[in-house]
Design a protein. Sequence first.
Length: 73
Amino acid sequence: MEEKTIKFELRNQDYIQLNNLLKYLDLVNSGGEAKIRIQNEEVIVDGQIELRVRNKLRKGAIIEFDGMIIHII
């Protein structure tokens, strides 16, 4: 399966929380689903499995989730 790349631009903010990013991009149906998927070790941030639901993602972060690669710009 080919991975899809998305660029997410931070506007008027220094960061976005991981769970909010997944919801904003419609990669999960709810905040509850985001929390479960993160806790199930399904999300990789900058090459490491991420377990912090509200991890603050800043410019330059790279998130891998469900066949997607998201670049925070």
